[in-house]
Design a protein around this ligand. Sequence first.
Ligand code: ADP
Length: 173
Amino acid sequence: MKEKIEILKGDITKQQVDAVVNAANTSLLGGGGVDGAIHRAAGPELLEETRKIGGCPTGEARVSKGYRLPAKWVIHTVGPIWRGGNSNEEELLASCYRNCFKAARELGVKTIAFPSISTGAYRFPLERATEIALEETKSFLETDRALSKVLFVCFGDEVFQTYKRIFEQVFEE
Ligand code: ADP
C-alpha cells in the first residue's frame, strides 16, 4: 500500500494524473494559492463550470472537468479555516479527504494528486493536517483496489519535509 503513495515537491497543475484536488473556498469561484493556480492553468471554462455548480460547503467535494490541465478532472474540496482547534476543524479536514476519495472512486480514477489542504491561507497547523491527510489515505487504501497512485504535491521545502517525516510515522511497521 505504501508504494502507492508518492510525496514530491512541485506544482499540482503540472501533474499527469487523472484527477487533481483543489483546495477551494465555499464559493468555488477561484481564489489565491493553489485555487488560483488551478484556475489559471485550466482556463476560463473551469470558472464557467464551477459557477454553475454553485458552491460547496466546508468538508464536502464537487467535481468538474480539468479543461487545459493535464488532469481530466478537478475535485474541488473546501478545507476548514483554522479557528484555534475547537470548531470541528480536524473532523472537517478528514471529511475533505474522505469525500475526495469517494468522488475519485465514483469517477473511476486511478491516479490522484492532493495539495496540502487548509495549510496555506486557512492556517491549519501543518503537522496535524499532514497526519490527517496520510491517515485518511491509509484508511481508504486499506479497502480500495482501484487507485494505483496517490500523489502529495508539496509546495516548498517545509511542506515536503513534513510529509516525508509524518509518512514514516503513519506507515511504519
Ligand atoms: P487553503 O486556503 O486551503 O489554506 P492555499 O492554496 O492557501 O489553500 O494553501 C494550501 C497549500 O497549497 C499550501 O501549502 C500552498 O503553499 C500550496 N500551494 C500553492 N500553490 C500550489 C501549487 N501550484 N501546487 C501545489 N500546491 C500549491
